[in-house]
Ligand binder design. Structure first.
Ligand code: ZN
Length: 186
């Protein structure tokens, strides 16, 4: 009797912290990274018919304000340890120790349940400070895209025109059979 055994392995890739890799990267390259991430969120505005990005930028100053805003909101709910817990999870998301889905689930079920209740625009205003805490453009855009899966209605920044943002998601899962594992190990 032949037994076929299939093992599904999902590997979490760790991501270098922006604070670390940005020191070793040229400003031009960082700028390109920001532009490329921003282009993932580009839509043609129905008002002025220009291709524009709805990506949210950030800066050290904006991040400081956003952190204070989040701290106040969470402290009111459950105190200092709750605030610390959130920022630890944010750090885990930055290095992909929490995947975007895991982090987003925590945001909506534990920290900011209102993200699921309000209109898409109201919910985005709630997400905004969290995006601003992410200096890494890839992490920021990934979280924004995850949010848009649940809240596809967006306003363009130029004309405040409402659009429906559609995303096609391709999930790649590596399926390795026991035979493949043997051949990989040998
Ligand atoms: Zn416009």
């Amino acid at each position: 009797m032949i037994m076929i055994m299939t093992i599904i392995i999902i590997i979490k890739r760790r991501i270098l912290k922006y604070a670390d890799y940005s020191k070793l990267t040229s400003p031009e390259l960082l700028n390109t990274l920001e532009k490329n991430s921003s282009s993932l969120l580009a839509i043609t505005c129905g008002g002025c018919h220009v291709l524009r990005s709805i990506a949210q930028g950030t800066s050290s100053e904006q991040m400081k304000t956003a952190k204070a805003d989040i701290e106040t909101k969470l402290h009111k709910k459950k105190g200092k340890s709750f605030v610390n817990e959130f920022f630890q999870d944010l750090q885990k998301y930055e290095t992909n120790d929490l995947t975007v889905d895991e982090f987003y689930d925590k945001l909506t079920t534990r920290y900011f349940s209102n993200l699921q209740i309000g209109s898409d625009i109201e919910s985005f205003n709630m997400l905004l400070p969290i995006l601003m805490c992410l200096m890494d453009p890839e992490r920021r855009t990934t979280l924004h895209l995850r949010f848009l899966r649940e809240h596809p209605r967006v306003l363009t920044t130029c004309c405040r025109k409402e659009h429906w943002y559609t995303i096609t998601i391709i999930t790649i899962i590596t399926i390795i059979t026991i035979n493949n594992i043997t051949s990989i190990l040998l």
